[in-house]
Ligand binder design. Structure first.
Ligand SMILES: Nc1nc2c(ncn2[C@@H]2O[C@H](COP(=O)(O)OP(=O)(O)OP(=O)(O)O)[C@@H](O)[C@H]2O)c(=O)[nH]1
Ligand SMILES: [Mg+2]
Length: 492
């Protein structure tokens, strides 16, 4: 007998039903109903994740690393000015959308960064979005949306409404920063304060990008990035809206994903230099790329390696080769590991993909809210009533809010209870087994016993006289999660 693994009570289904009712209500208004229909269709499409951050924070590079293909143009000079969607499609395809709603196909047979770069040069008042479809396996579960850099001229021209618009297009946010500044905090705060955000938080992961450049760019760079990430996560202004702050080297992730046999041959040839000579060569990017020797690997090849791997990545590759990892596949896996992209992917999976029902429901509610506000009419009260019920009563939001308070340290229980609460609220994934600290294929009877034991533990806490009001409220939320876990075990 199969049972739902997630203790859901149909939040997404109820939100979908509300969206359909709203569509019917506005059926005499073709623009609004077409817009809502688009929202409905999105429920059948992969989850949308916005990739935002300041100019040159490494957004395009990270997108390539996640997609596993060099698709997005990455540039030291020009910036991405136009919202660009990277989504799955069986054939390569590019469509250009104008702010007035016109859609045009750009004929392409293959996709390459330079074609996309040319299209991204349009101004935001000429092109509102580019949609790149690629047959890339990395895009089957998620669509990635690169926004122009926060505080870039494109963002400043269109301002806050552009921000609201983008966030209404995305179900979750991956925010990149190299070193957090006031602009980052302000952006994240305004995301949080936008309509709905407080009650149905958008899920955010903060990525400390270009982590290999931290400090002096030496072997301790990633550890330094990790320290900054932890400090940032503990800042009062930040900690309520993010549970994840992860250092990542997008460049190395991208290089590992596009690593060729020719790259391997060049790296092996360089590794054969005397140790001192290799060390000297790696002292600066310039020397590595332009030194007349070794002739066995010409400067143009060295330059390409430096651009794609960075100094840190090359040092990692040489260390791995020295340890005998000379096989193409194993070396590529080792570099991927060093890039920390795996950690980010795991976070994306846990926080976004496993919670996609709640995230999609949030997007639907946001859409309904936008329509009801923009087009108020007699008779919308009923729709608004259902909207309010979905927003106030859904346990998913309650869990997410408490989880973020616990993760950020705004609220804490003594240690074992703290971890227990976080797990039961879904910090390790929303499935029953993950919440109960069990392996995914655990027997139902064991899950039921564990759920019963969790309920008993938290009932004891409910009568613990030492808890203040905030803690008693938190205990009630955890108790409700335990009850839903039990309810989903006994349903036929
Ligand atoms: N060393 C290093 N360089 C990186 C990394 N990620 C990106 N870069 C470099 O930083 C520059 C900008 O990278 P992009 O990925 O284009 O950054 P972006 O945020 O998309 O930039 P805009 O869209 O123009 O705002 C490029 O020269 C990249 O090669 C990284 O992890 N490490
Ligand atoms: Mg870019």
């Amino acid at each position: 007998m199969s049972r739902p693994d997630t203790p859901q009570d149909g939040l997404l289904e109820r939100s979908r039903a509300l969206l359909i009712r709203t569509m019917t209500f506005y059926r005499d208004d073709p623009r609004t109903s077409a817009w809502l229909r688009g929202r409905l269709e999105r429920l059948e499409q992969p989850l949308r994740i916005a990739v935002s951050g300041r100019v040159k924070s490494g957004k395009s590079t990270l997108i390539n690393a996640l997609v596993g293909q060099h698709l997005a143009p990455t540039d030291a000079e020009e910036s991405t000015q136009v919202n660009t969607f990277y989504q799955y499609g069986p054939e390569p395809r590019i469509t250009v959308h104008t702010p007035h709603g016109a859609v045009q196909n750009v004929p392409v047979t293959t996709l390459d960064p330079s074609t996309i770069r040319d299209l991204q040069r349009w101004r935001p008042d000429e092109v509102s979005r580019l949609v790149i479809e690629a047959p890339a396996p990395g895009l089957q579960a998620i669509t990635l949306l690169e926004t122009p850099g926060v505080s870039s001229s494109a963002m400043q021209d269109t301002g806050r409404s552009a921000l609201a618009q983008i966030l209404s297009e995305a179900d979750a946010l991956l925010y990149l920063t190299r070193y957090p500044q006031q602009t980052d905090v302000q952006f994240l705060q305004s995301v949080h304060e936008l309509q709905l955000a407080r009650r149905a938080p958008i899920n955010t992961i903060i990525t400390f990008s270009r982590a290999d450049e931290m400090g002096n760019g030496g072997s301790g760079a990633v550890a330094a990035a990790e320290r900054i990430a932890l400090r940032f996560r503990d800042e009062p202004a930040v900690r309520s809206f993010t549970q994840y702050a992860i250092p990542v080297i997008g460049l190395l992730g991208q290089a590992a994903a596009t690593f060729t046999e020719a790259d391997l041959a060049a790296l092996v040839a360089l590794r054969q230099l005397p140790e001192k000579a290799l060390e000297t060569l790696l002292l600066s990017s310039d020397r590595f790329s332009n030194n007349p020797t070794p002739e066995s690997v010409p400067p143009s090849v060295r330059q390409d390696l430096m651009n794609r791997f960075g100094r840190f990545g090359l040092a990692q590759a040489f260390t791995a080769l020295g340890e005998g990892i000379t096989d193409h596949k194993r070396l590529s896996a080792t570099l991927l590991e060093a890039s920390r992209l795996n950690d980010l992917q795991e976070a994306v999976h846990q926080q976004f993909i496993e919670r996609q029902d709640a995230l999609r429901a949030r997007s639907v509610l946001l859409a309904v809210d936008m329509v009801l506000r923009a087009n108020p009419r007699p008779g919308v009260q009923q729709l608004r009533g259902e909207f309010e019920r979905l927003l106030s009563n859904a346990p998913e939001w309650e869990e997410m809010r408490l989880l973020s308070a616990l993760q950020s340290g705004q609220l804490s229980f003594p240690r074992p209870l703290q971890n227990d609460a976080r797990r039961l609220l879904g910090s390790h994934g929303p499935g029953a087994a993950a919440r109960l600290g069990q392996e995914p294929d655990t027997l139902e009877s064991i899950l039921a016993d564990e759920a019963g034991a969790a309920l008993a533990r938290w009932r004891d806490q409910a009568v613990n006289p030492l808890h203040d009001r905030a803690h008693r409220d938190a205990v009630r939320v955890v108790l409700r999660s335990c009850e839903r876990l039990i309810a989903s075990r006994v349903q036929p």
